[in-house]
Design a protein around this ligand. Structure first.
Ligand code: IVH
Length: 677
């Protein structure tokens, strides 16, 4: 190849690679595989190393520069980077729209743009003569960090522009650098493998990455970009009629080659704004990245200028924030909670903080491993989250707010309740207190026995149990059934009294008629939950037969694994268990299982797997489940290729969609009912 030919080849390769970046990051429609892409890059790299004089800073091979830097130089913003004022409800949005109307003297002529509020890091990009010349973080709004080398590694950000109008002018693009959830999770998995502490969330991860001084490291991180603002340095162009609306500027940004959000909408009034906001409040978890709200902007640039600013925020835009599921607060102390099985759980004692309408003072820290993995220290600012579960959890820390003297946490060596040395069996993440007489365990076992899902004894909640254990009236669950002979002692207790004692004793009496499987669950054998208990009683017919069964026989029960079998077998071998069971038998607890109903013969149901979705009208979900199971079918929680039928009620959601994608037969409730005469 002559040099001229090589030059042409290099230009063509660069163009092709740029086109594939654009297809991947902007159009979200990749045309080639990662491998093919890598091959093109390698070809380009090879040619460039043969002719180093042909390398230009805009070549895709030059996204990663040379040596790490020592620090980021300051970057002064041409126009300050403002922040948005937050709103949380319809009234506050109405206030915003009213203020805009008052300032303009009329409603906005070109409506409002509604955008997603990306939960990442704001970025300012300067372009001159069609080339990226600077990337800067927001900093204090006036001066940020010059992070150009890091920004250049982000493939979603064009180094040169696709040909389009105005592209030779000098302008600034603002947008958000963020990580998609999938990329974030992969990154965290890798960090754990490498023994590095994981990031608490995609935003922390993005912020941490942009602060990295070695651009080669940054290049390995899955950073994305979405552009949401365009401003020209030349006032004449800034006022050009072709780009006098924000929505038109977004289109221009797309033509330049920037990723913009496909979810942006232009609406004309407050109901339109609220519809957009409510939609995303409801559906934001379906997005592949995190957002924390919506951003509403007056669409007309001239009207934006007319409305102006107040101190640090524009008056022409607001954020509509979703209520946060996460809050940040100080970790004051770590205490230990001892469970009924002796499991020791570390609990975060927090500076009280409000989150989704409740005040959070404590949150679980899971176990010693998790504390070490996240390097959580007393005094840290921690992030707490409330997921679907009731107990809030600490998901991470903000390392930038760590007090200077914070020391790594060392797990206590003794049980806080009974001072027995704690043990951690090899391969387990938990520490245990192995003293069965530990008061915390004694109380825990009794509370579990009496709880709703177990024996459901009214009047025997955790507070009463604690009181009765402290008053020496209860040591184990069999003692519950002797309480009827200790009426006077009960009445003498604080907050007890005649009526309460009567109710308690009545509740205890009634608990004797619970199903045998519930009783087996209530005893509290490790790994025996409600459904395992039911399987075991269905199979063996009675607690006695189960107590005499060999470990192999238990292991043979469908649905029971070796871990459960070994735990059940071990429990019945212990002399204390035998003693306890004899006392419970004498008290009249149910040892024999109910006769198993004979399965109804049904070809339609037998051996088939069903998934239920949506709301049923004629049956409850539990009833439908019972109908399926009593006919030899199975009910599963998620749709897969192995699913035979999806029973879809009203407002069926993603499972129905999944069924349709996989070609799984969907039954209406009506069709289903026809099969159960
Ligand atoms: S516009 C003057 N649009 O939210 C307003 N900001 O406090 C300039 N953000 O730090 C921002 N998504 O990083 C705008 N679609 C969006 C946004 C967005 C996320 C962030 C931005 C800024 C913060 C506002």
């Amino acid at each position: 190849m002559t040099k001229a030919q090589t030059e042409q080849k290099i230009a063509a390769l660069r163009e092709t690679i740029r086109e594939h970046d654009y297809r991947y990051f902007v159009l979200a429609a990749p045309a080639i595989s990662d491998r093919e892409y890598d091959r093109l890059m390698q070809q380009l790299r090879d040619l460039e190393s043969e002719f180093p004089e042909l390398v230009t800073p805009e070549s895709p091979t030059q996204r990663v520069g040379g040596e790490p830097t020592k620090a980021f130089p300051p970057a002064v913003h041409h126009v300050p980077m403002l922040s948005l004022s937050n709103t949380y409800n319809a009234e506050e949005v109405e206030d915003f729209a009213r203020r805009v109307r008052d300032m303009l003297g009329h409603d906005p002529n070109d409506g409002f743009t509604c955008e997603l509020k990306f939960d990442g890091v704001a970025m300012s990009l300067l372009y001159q003569h069609g080339k990226l010349v600077r990337g800067a973080t927001r900093g204090d709004g006036t001066t940020g960090d010059n992070v150009t080398a890091n920004v250049r590694t982000i493939r979603a950000i064009p180094l040169t522009l696709r040909e389009a109008k105005f592209s030779r002018e000098s302008f600034e693009v603002r947008g958000e650098v963020f990580m998609e959830l999938a990329g974030f999770q992969k990154l965290n998995a890798q960090r754990e493998e490498d023994g590095e502490p994981p990031f608490a969330n995609p935003r922390n991860s993005t912020a941490g990455t942009l602060k990295t001084l070695d651009a080669r490291e940054v290049a390995k991180r899955p950073l994305r970009f979405c552009a949401y603002q365009l401003r020209f340095d030349d006032a004449a162009i800034e006022h050009a009629p072709e780009i006098d609306r924000h929505s038109k500027r977004l289109e221009l940004l797309e033509a330049f080659g920037f990723p913009i959000s496909k979810d942006t909408r232009v609406v004309s009034d407050i109901p339109g704004i609220m519809q957009f906001a409510m939609h995303w409040q409801e559906h934001h978890e379906e997005l592949p990245f995190q957002i924390d709200g919506a951003v509403i902007k007056v669409n007309s640039l001239r009207e934006q200028e007319g409305v102006g600013f107040i101190s640090k925020s524009p008056r022409w835009a607001i954020a509509y924030k979703f209520e946060s599921q996460q809050a940040k607060t100080r970790l004051n102390a770590i205490t230990l909670q001892v469970g009924r099985m002796g499991t020791v759980t570390p609990v975060a004692e927090l500076e009280p903080v409000g989150l989704t309408g409740i005040t959070i003072r404590r949150a679980t820290l899971h176990n010693a491993d998790e504390i070490e993995r996240k390097d959580i220290r007393i005094g840290d600012m921690v992030l707490v989250e409330r997921g679907g579960e009731v107990i809030p959890k600490v998901v991470g820390i903000d390392p930038s707010e760590r007090p200077k003297n914070a020391k790594p946490y060392s797990f206590p060596t003794d049980c806080p309740e009974c001072n027995t040395p704690l043990v951690r069996p090899p391969g387990e993440v938990n520490w245990y207190c192995e003293n069965p007489e530990c008061p915390a365990q004694v109380t825990g076992r009794i509370v579990h026995f009496a709880s709703r899902t177990a024996m459901d004894i009214a009047g025997l909640g955790s507070q009463s149990v604690e009181q009765l254990v402290a008053g020496n009236l209860l040591h184990n669950v069999a003692d519950i059934y002797d309480l009827k002979d200790r009426r006077l002692e009960l009445i003498a207790l604080e907050r007890m009294g005649d009526k309460k004692v009567d109710n308690l004793l009545e509740g205890i009496e009634q608990s004797k008629s619970r199903p045998t499987a519930r009783f087996l669950f209530a005893i509290g054998i490790r790994h025996v939950g409600v459904s395992v208990a039911k399987l075991l009683i269905d199979e063996f017919g009675s607690v006695d037969a189960l107590s005499e069964a060999s470990e192999e026989a238990i292991d043979d029960v469908p649905g029971i694994g070796p871990e459960i079998a070994s735990s059940v077998f071990a429990f019945f071998q212990k002399p204390q268990s035998k003693q306890l069971l004899e006392r419970l038998r004498a008290a009249g607890l149910p040892f024999v299982g109910e006769k198993k109903a004979k399965p109804i013969q049904s070809e339609f149901f037998s051996g088939k797997t069903f998934v239920l979705t949506g709301t049923l009208t004629a049956l409850t979900r539990d009833e439908a489940k019972e109908k399926i199971e009593s006919r030899g079918g199975k009910v599963s929680g998620s749709v897969s290729k192995k699913t035979h039928y999806v029973l879809a009620g009203v407002e069926a959601g993603s499972k129905l969609q999944k069924a349709e994608e996989l070609g799984v037969r969907v039954l209406s409730e009506e069709e289903f009912l026809k099969e159960i005469p």
